[in-house]
Each structure stands twice: as C-alpha cells, then as structure tokens.
Design a protein around this ligand. Structure first.
Ligand code: GLU
Ligand code: MG
Length: 473
C-alpha cells in the first residue's frame, strides 16, 4: 500500500535556532517585499499555523498589510493552547496552563505560500516566542529544530517525509455516518475515474504550491486516498505535511467533500496512517547504503534505527497520540503493530527500504508505519530524531529481522506495540530519552493532554470514539 518517499540529497543547511530579537528589522524588510507581492496577486489574509499537543492545527490570521508588523513583533496567542484537548476542552499541566500569559507567533517567511485552493489566502508556519523574544519552551516546531541541531553537532543530517492518508465523504451533517463519494475498489482505477476532477485539482494545487508530489493513489478503506511527497529537511517535512493536509481539505470542500485524517474513520476498518520516512546522512553520503550492516546499513544508521525501534512504545505518545489511534494500530492492517523491523515488511513497525538497485544514493530509507495522522508532525519528527541519536550514543544494534507477518508467529515471539493510549502513557512516563529531549514544560504538557484524552474517552465504545475523532483531525 505504501509508497517509498525517496530521500533527496541534502541541499540546504540545517535549520537555525531561534531568531534573536535584533533580527526583527530584517524579518520586517523581507515581509514587506513578500506582502507587496502577495497583495498584487490578490491575497487578502495570511494564516499563521502551529500544531498543538493534541495534533490539531490551530491558526491566527492577519491581513496581508499587517504581515510586515507581524514578522517583526508576532501576533499574540495564549500559552494555554498547549493543553487543549481534541474536543477543545482545556486541561492544565505543571508548567503550562491557565488563562494568563501571552506568546508571539512569528511566521517563518521561508515557507510563506499562496494557497492554491483558498483564493485570497496565504499561509506560513509559525514559531512561538515569549514577548521578550525568547523561545517558548512549549514550541513544538522549535523542539524539532533543536533536535535537527543536535544531529548537526554530530555532523549528521536527517531527511524526512510523511505520507498522508485521508478519507473523503460527502459533506453532509457531521453527526451522520459518512457517505463515501466513490464505491470503487481498493486501489481501483474505478476510484480515480469517479474522483477524476477532484484528484486533478488536488495535484494542480499541490504543484502550484511548489510541493514535490511523488504519487497519489486510492488506498484500501472506503473513500481513502494517499499522497506522498519528496523527502526534505525534518522541519520542512513537518511544515509540508501541514500544508498538504490544508490543501487536501480545501480542494475537497470545493468538490462538496469533507476530509478526515483521523486514525480510525470507522471503528473496524483500515485507518489513516501517517508513516514517517527517515534517512540519515553525513555530507553527501546516505548512511543507509554501502555499509557492512544489514542490507547495507552503516553502523551509525543501524544504531539510529535501533534507537528509534527501542523507543517506539514511548514514541507512540507522540506518533499515535489519540485513544482512537489504537482502533487503527492492530495487526494485519499494514499499520505496523509489532515492534520489529523487516526488509520491505509492511506488518513491521519499521520497514527497511533499501531502494531498487541502481536507483541511486537517495533512495534508501526507513519507514515507521505505526504512526498516524493525529500526530503533531513536529513533535513526532523531533522525538524520532532524539531516539535515533540516543541509539547512536548507546551503539545499539538491530534485533533479529522479522521477515514475514508477525501475527502468523506464535504469540509473544515478536513484541506487540501497546494496544491502548493508557499503556503508551506509562511508556512515555518511563522514557528518560523523551523527557530530556522535550524538556519538562513540553514533556509535561504532552503528558497532560494524553491523560486528559484518555479520561475523556475512557467510557466510550469504539463507535463513539471513532465518531468523536472523525472530523477533528
Ligand atoms: N492505511 C494503513 C495504515 O493505517 C497503511 C497502508 C499502507 O501501507 O500504506 O497505516
Ligand atoms: Mg498507504
């Protein structure tokens, strides 16, 4: 089902850390030029997005004329967004929560994009700062930047890509069961014929926004599709997934369709994955090729992947963050429900993809299949990097490969990943690697949100849980 996200050779330098306050004038000057261009193109408003700890993309918007001031000084946002739950109720945590305080959203002008499917609108991802210009410790995007910098200190770069799966339904009342716009078979050409104009408009919109689409295809579940995009820098990949999803939703609305990225649209069907592809680089060298480890992995790449694999039960707190994630993460749905690895094995949480012989240096990568589209991509990518780097430090090696379906082996032979958010919360609590990487304020805010959502849905049936999550992501 899944497609390879080919890693490209690293081109740009790794992201820099937080922007000092004296960079305000420079940001304002860049924004002035960009705003004039956007206004001439008919743009009225700019959306500034960040993704909260529940995995929902939140937004503030400014008129295009205000972009220059916004780039310099930011736009206000409450810190309590860090403890919002999926249903918009608000919990609290030791360091973050309560109605007081103000943060500044500063747009990353490098990603400022005119939105092809929302005429008159542009978008940029935002970093969150305190009013004095220091980084907000709960800023998920800057957390990912810090992990990129930690890799950079060792001379390492990571290329990443997230596959986006989604389900479309006719835009009726959200409380009604979904009615799918196509009844074509899984992967069927029939579905592409039924949805021909929609998919064409989607491809055009993604292309106009300078996104490098590798492929779009109908997926397995009713009304389900997938798009994969080229690998890029880790923070770039997280930004891209926000933009891809925004675009899919907007194109869908123009075709009378409602879009769901929820982990489980139906309680008993194949769900929406958010598989994360990673490759590790040193300069021009893809460390997943030409080494003496399994299938050509170098020692560093093997240790990196072994570190991620070992940390998976805790990483699920970031990569499969909803109680609904565990409706999806079950065996024999290609969701990667077992904590193991295997060459091109779609039932292993870690699928090793060496790339076809001769395709070139970029193609080797690893796919982490257990993650879903409820994940905050910045948290997930940053945490995966932290786990991989910890694996390098500990010189971990991969366990024995699992080549076939782990469910076909006797029970207990291959460890199952946790089957509920409650178990994952216990793993996350026990993870020194994640606590240290995230820092206490962010680590605890995430924990509070996970606990809050566990309690929110503790008495829900699978049907109620799927329905509650269906149109939130
Ligand atoms: N939809 C499956 C999931 O829940 C993945 C299918 C695939 O391998 O692409 O992850
Ligand atoms: Mg897929």
């Amino acid at each position: 089902m899944s497609t390879t996200v080919a890693a490209q050779q690293p081109a740009e330098p790794a992201e820099t850390l937080s922007v000092p306050a004296d960079a305000r004038a420079e940001r304002a000057a860049r924004a002035r030029v960009a705003a004039a261009r956007l206004a001439a193109e008919g743009v009225a408003g700019v959306m500034l997005s960040w993704v909260d700890n529940a995995g929902l993309t939140r937004v503030k918007t400014v008129p295009v004329r205000r972009l220059e001031h916004t780039a310099a000084w930011g736009v206000g946002a409450a810190p309590c967004f860090d403890v919002f739950l999926v249903d918009d109720s608000i919990t609290t945590s030791r360091h973050i929560g309560g109605p007081a305080g103000d943060l500044r959203l500063i747009p990353d002008l490098g990603r400022l994009t005119r939105l092809a499917a929302q005429p008159g609108w542009a978008w940029a991802p935002a970093d969150r700062y305190a009013q004095d210009g220091t980084a907000h410790p709960g800023c998920q995007r800057q957390f990912a930047q810090r992990m990129v910098a930690a890799a950079g200190l060792r001379g390492l770069e990571v290329r990443a890509g997230i596959e986006v799966e989604w389900v479309v339904a006719l835009a009726g009342p959200p409380e009604q069961p979904p009615v799918y716009p196509t009844h074509g078979p899984a992967y069927g050409m029939h579905r592409v014929v039924d949805m021909s104009d929609y998919l064409r408009d989607l491809l055009q919109a993604l292309d106009e926004q300078q996104l490098t689409v590798l492929q779009v295809h109908p997926e397995y579940a009713p009304g389900q599709f997938e798009v994969s995009v080229a690998a890029e820098s880790p923070v770039g990949a997280a930004d891209t997934t926000v933009l891809v999803r925004q675009t899919i939703r907007a194109v869908g609305l123009r075709h009378g369709l409602r879009t769901s990225f929820a982990p489980a649209v139906e309680p008993d069907a194949v769900g929406n994955g958010g598989h994360l592809h990673l490759s590790l680089w040193r300069g021009e060298r893809n460390l997943g090729q030409g080494g003496s480890g399994p299938y050509g992995l170098t020692g560093e790449a093997e240790s990196f992947l072994a570190g991620v694999l070992a940390e998976l039960p805790a990483l699920l707190a970031l990569g499969a963050p909803s109680p609904a994630s565990y409706l999806r993460l079950v065996p024999q749905r290609w969701a990667g429900a077992y904590q193991c690895w295997g060459l091109e094995n779609r039932e292993a949480a870690l699928r090793l993809i060496p790339g076809p012989p001769g395709e070139g240096v970029g193609s080797a990568n690893a796919e982490l299949k257990c993650f879903d589209a409820a994940a905050n991509p910045y948290l997930l990518i940053g945490a995966a990097l932290a786990a991989g780097l910890a694996g390098i430090d500990a010189r971990r090696v991969l366990p024995v490969e699992v080549p076939g379906d782990p469910a076909a082996l006797s029970e207990g032979e291959v460890p199952r990943l946790p089957g509920s958010l409650l178990e994952v919360i216990a793993e996350y609590r026990a993870s020194g690697v994640l606590r240290e990487a995230l820092g206490d304020p962010l680590y605890e805010a995430v924990l509070a949100v996970r606990q809050g959502e566990h309690e929110l849905f503790a008495d829900s049936t699978p049907e109620q849980l799927a329905a509650a999550a269906r149109w939130r992501y």
